[in-house]
Design a binder for this molecule. Sequence first.
Ligand SMILES: [Zn+2]
Length: 231
Amino acid sequence: MSDALDQLFANNQKWAAKMEAREPGFFTKLLAQQEPQYLWIGCSDSRVPANDLVGLLPGELFVHRNVANLVVHSDLNALSVIQYAVDVLKVTHIIVVGHSQCGGVRAALSGRRAGLVDNWLRHVQDVRDAHQGLLRCIEDPARQVDALVELNVLEQARNLCHTTVVKDAWERGQTVVVHGWVYGLHNGLLDDLRITASGLHEVQIAYAKGLAAVAQRYLGSTGIDDVSPPP
Ligand SMILES: [Zn+2]
């Protein structure tokens, strides 16, 4: 095996010993059950390690990651994770987390070809096209990427609310709160994008609040009437 992979096994042994020293019986306790309260739906980017940046241990965070943190209505992988998290693990919070300067979002924004992943990123381009009025008003390309990152989180959080799994949970009175956050690669901090919904009746208003906050942040206005595309 290569030296690089040997190093991973060495790191793993050190980590397991450290965890066990800190809390004897840690792993055998986890063997019996996992009781996470949170489902994290984030980007695959290696700079956004879910557990680490919210300080949660193994067993405390259920995680699904894909390129550009998408919740696609026909994605059986994501839907299966969401279903297991809600119906079996009974998580209370589901958080869609984007991150600044996301490479997937940047590629989708520019339309630059990258290969098979272009088909996946088409979903982000749908978000770009739906909000082109707002995006066109942002001159700085880096800020444009970050604005699309946030708009994408709003859209994916709304998609999440409209999955049969979440709607059924709400209908039977189960507590499930959907959130949209963004992580800053430059400072390591999370921001709440204020799209928070705990029932179907809250989704549209939460989405509108999130959208107004993005417009405020990038354009200095709370409405989106003034950012319609030029004729
Ligand atoms: Zn990313």
